[in-house]
Design a protein around this ligand. Structure first.
Ligand SMILES: [Zn+2]
Length: 367
């Protein structure tokens, strides 16, 4: 039941300071002109989708509905050394120069505002804090409410609203400082985690499992054939999916691909890039809250089997505020020990009830 297991949630208001405002002037001017052309062509008023309201929607719901077993801790700033484990020094220097400014970082509309650099440092530091919480044994599981998100950020490049690859920074810290040897990263965000894949492509000590909506959906990578390279060949597992994939399909991917992969790899720490854009209201895939509950329980069981329960989740995408907040709540309740309802095809239960109601009318037997 809820409260049987303890969960630490990392929340930190410094991450609210990342708020690119499309009405402001951005540098560099050449990119500003090109991005403005794209935005004008959309034919509607474009607002930066990855905004602070995402975090406050989650924290407001959690404050109004406390979950037994869940407690909160602040995040911290990731250091240059910690970020440098997965990003090049030259990339980091370029990003740090943008402190206090509005700038476009990529043509896909990734941008920073004056408070963004510290917010991104805290987003990555909070992912580290989540890992430290579970490796130290202070909680079985932890969830970092990180933003900006991270899984599109590559070693040398910001992309897809991501500046620093938070989950990768946390995995590298777990290996470098906390003594973890084999880290499994599960990315269930609807978009492919191209940055995380890139960072650990040739590693045989980090396994990367990613379910996502198939290309040409953003960012377009994550084909079956992308299985890692060099020493890491076989340690990258992509499961590209059609956009109407629902709970049963996603759970099938977890049960039939993730479980045998994890049992073979035997991780000593599991991290999750937890995006909520696979929810059906976010229009990327077709999951429900019960789908997220079942995915969480399956991963929790893997963590119990291999990692003494050590499981840390890091927030990625999710842009419909209602299903973002309710999705995080469903996952936290599950981490805290809630019972998980069995999945069925939507409507099946009602149809079975309707069948029981109607079938007697077609019986030959007199009443
Ligand atoms: Zn996403």
């Amino acid at each position: 039941m809820i409260g049987d297991r303890d969960v630490i949630v990392i929340r930190d208001e410094r991450m609210l300071a990342h708020k690119p405002d499309a009405a402001e002037h951005f540098q560099p001017g050449r990119m500003d002109r090109r991005v403005r052309e794209i935005l004008t062509g959309l034919g509607f008023q474009w607002d930066y989708p990855e905004h602070p309201g995402r975090l406050s929607a989650i924290t407001d719901l959690l404050d109004e509905n406390p979950i037994a077993g869940v407690r909160y801790e602040p995040g911290r700033v990731a250091t240059m050394e910690e970020l440098n484990r997965v990003h090049t020094r030259s990339y980091l220097k370029d990003i740090f120069k943008l402190r206090g400014q509005n700038a476009w970082l990529d043509m896909d509309t990734t941008a920073v505002s004056p408070g963004s650099i510290e917010a991104a440092e805290v987003a990555a530091g909070s992912a580290i804090a989540a890992v430290e919480a579970v490796v130290s044994g202070r909680a079985r599981s932890a969830f970092s409410l990180s933003r900006p998100p991270g899984h599109h950020a590559e070693p040398v490049r910001a992309r897809g609203f991501c500046l620093f690859n938070n989950v990768a920074v946390a995995a590298a810290h777990a290996q470098e400082i906390l003594g973890c040897e084999r880290v499994l990263i599960i990315d269930w965000d609807a978009h492919h985690g191209n940055g995380t894949q890139d960072i650990f492509l040739a590693s045989d000590s980090v396994m990367f499992f990613d379910t996502h909506r198939a290309a040409p959906f953003y960012p377009g990578s994550g084909t079956l054939e992308e299985v890692g390279a060099g020493l890491g060949e076989g340690y990258t597992i992509n499961v590209p999916l059609p956009g109407d994939t629902g709970d049963l399909g996603m759970l099938k991917a977890f049960e039939e691909i993730l479980v045998p992969a994890a049992n073979w790899f035997k991780p000593d720490l599991i991290l999750v890039s937890a995006g909520f854009d696979p929810h059906r209201l976010d229009l990327c895939l077709n999951l429900t809250y019960d789908g997220f509950r079942n995915m969480t329980r399956l991963i929790q069981d893997l963590a119990d089997t291999h990692c003494d329960g050590r499981l840390a989740m890091v927030l990625e995408g999710g842009y419909n505020l209602e299903c973002l907040a309710l999705g995080v709540q469903a996952v936290l309740e599950t981490l805290a020990g809630a019972d998980v309802p069995p999945l069925s095809e939507p409507g099946y239960e009602e149809i079975e009830e309707a069948a029981r109601f109607h079938l007697s009318a077609f019986s030959e037997e007199p009443d």
